[in-house]
Design a binder for this molecule. Structure first.
Ligand code: ADE
Length: 242
């Protein structure tokens, strides 16, 4: 089964964008994964191709119409021919995306993901409610800031999923060491020259003693996490001691 992303957007020309390059881009041209960028406007019902309307109750901004978004989601789901993709709505109101969540998306729905990108003030809440209740739609956020639409968020989710697919990241080892250290921020990396502007690469990394190097890196990861992310550090300590 080939993992496929179906992106529902008013700006399909934003895709594949950065996903056409680097690891994801190579995987795309090798057919390790597939991408459909679908224009929500194609599902408009009137001759003016209207996709949005003013907000009941007043206020600035336009809201995407439920009938149009519903038709786009339905066509997206039908294109999986009975397989079950995850269905995601990118919104700052969603559950924050984490690496664990990315793993579970790929493991639970190997057919891929349908990703709805909102614009303007968002999408009529009834269509979100319907798809949450009937098809398990999940609202996903990249973090506590507002993007001008869901497209950048969709690009990010897809990139994070695709690099977990077999054949994308060439050494399984790099994924494994990542998941081993997932609870901590990464340790620092260095390459040649050994002396750059009088900053010297730590001697231990040149020792060839792999055990000592691993311990040094682990310690660095702990220190950096403690300093920069007290939330992750506390979660790490709790996990370690239970
Ligand atoms: N759309 C706008 N802002 C977003 C965010 N922070 N995460 C996901 N989708 C968004």
């Amino acid at each position: 089964m080939i993992w496929r992303a179906t992106v529902l957007t008013l700006f399909p020309e934003m895709f594949p964008g950065p996903l056409g390059h680097s690891l994801a881009g190579r995987g795309l041209s090798q057919n390790i994964w597939q991408l459909n960028a679908v224009n929500i406007r194609d599902f408009a019902l009137d001759k003016h191709k209207t996709v949005d309307d003013t907000c009941f109750g007043g206020g600035a901004g336009m809201v995407l119409k439920p009938d149009v978004v519903h038709a786009a989601l339905q066509a997206g789901l039908e294109s999986y021919q009975g397989a079950q993709p995850s269905i995601l709505y990118m919104t700052p109101r969603g559950v924050p995306l984490t690496q664990n969540k990315v793993h579970s998306l790929v493991d639970t729905n190997p057919a891929g993901s349908i990703i709805l990108c909102g614009r303007y003030e968002g999408v009529d809440d009834r269509v979100i409610h319907h798809w949450r209740e009937h098809h398990g739609l999940q609202e996903v956020s990249l973090g506590d800031y507002i993007l001008s639409g869901g497209e950048m968020a969709a690009l990010t989710v897809i990139d994070a999923c695709v690099r977990l697919l077999p054949g994308i990241v060439n050494t399984q080892e790099s994924l494994e060491s990542e998941s081993f250290e997932l609870d901590l921020l990464e340790f620092p990396h260095y390459t040649k020259p050994q002396n750059w502007q009088n900053q010297i690469v730590p001697e231990i990394l040149l020792s060839g003693d792999h055990k000592k190097i691993a311990a040094w890196r682990h310690n660095q990861a702990e220190q950096i996490t403690k300093e920069r992310r007290p939330d992750l550090w506390q979660a790490y300590l709790n996990k370690k001691h239970c």
